[in-house]
Design a protein around this ligand. Structure first.
Ligand SMILES: [Ca+2]
Ligand SMILES: [Ca+2]
Length: 164
C-alpha cells in the first residue's frame, strides 16, 4: 500500500482493540438468581403438639436468606421469593425447610428423598439457565417437586429462574 498510517493512529487502534477485547461490561456481566417456593405440604406431623410453622432458609452463592414462618398450617402456599445478584456462571443453591418452635431449637424438615440428607443442594448455571444436581436437569423457571421420606418430612414445590 502506498499510504502508511502514522504511528499515532495505530496506537489508537491498539487501545480501541484492547477495550473491545477486555471490556469489563462483557467480563463482569451479572444475573439475578430467583428462587420461588410455591408450596410446602407436610407428609407427616412436623410439630408433635400442633400444626407446622414452616419457614425456609435459602442460600444462593453463599448468602443465606430466611423467610418469615407461616404459623399453624401443614399445607401452605407461601409464594416466598428469594433472590441474589451473581456474576454470570454456575452457583450453589441450598434450600432448607424448618419448623419454628418457641421452646426448643427449630426442627429441620426432610425435603430430600436421600436418606442421610434433609436439605436440597444443587446448582444453577445462569448462562445456560439450567438447574443442575438432581437426577434430571431442569430448565429455568420449571416447577421442581421434592419430597422427603424420613420422620418430619414434607413435599416442597419451587422454581429457580434467572433474570438477565
Ligand atoms: Ca412448630
Ligand atoms: Ca432425607
Amino acid at each position: 500500500m502506498a499510504f502508511s498510517a502514522p504511528s499515532f493512529f495505530s496506537s489508537v487502534a491498539t487501545i480501541i482493540a484492547f477495550f473491545i477485547t477486555a471490556s469489563p461490561a462483557h467480563a463482569q456481566r451479572s444475573d439475578e438468581v430467583v428462587v420461588k417456593i410455591m408450596r410446602v405440604k407436610a407428609v407427616d406431623k412436623a410439630d408433635i403438639f400442633s400444626k407446622a410453622d414452616f419457614y425456609a432458609k435459602v442460600t444462593i452463592a453463599g448468602e443465606a436468606m430466611t423467610t418469615k414462618p407461616i404459623r399453624g398450617s401443614n399445607d401452605v402456599r407461601p409464594d416466598w421469593v428469594l433472590s441474589k445478584k451473581v456474576p454470570r456462571g454456575t452457583h450453589d443453591i441450598k434450600i432448607e425447610l424448618l419448623d419454628k418452635d418457641p421452646l426448643k431449637p427449630d426442627d429441620k424438615i426432610d425435603i430430600n428423598r436421600v436418606g442421610s440428607k434433609r436439605d436440597l443442594e444443587f446448582k444453577i448455571n445462569t448462562t445456560s439457565c439450567r438447574v443442575l444436581g438432581f437426577s434430571d436437569d431442569y430448565r429455568c423457571a420449571s416447577r421442581i417437586v421434592r419430597v422427603g421420606g424420613e420422620k418430619k418430612s414434607a413435599e416442597i414445590r419451587f422454581s429457580v429462574s434467572v433474570k438477565k
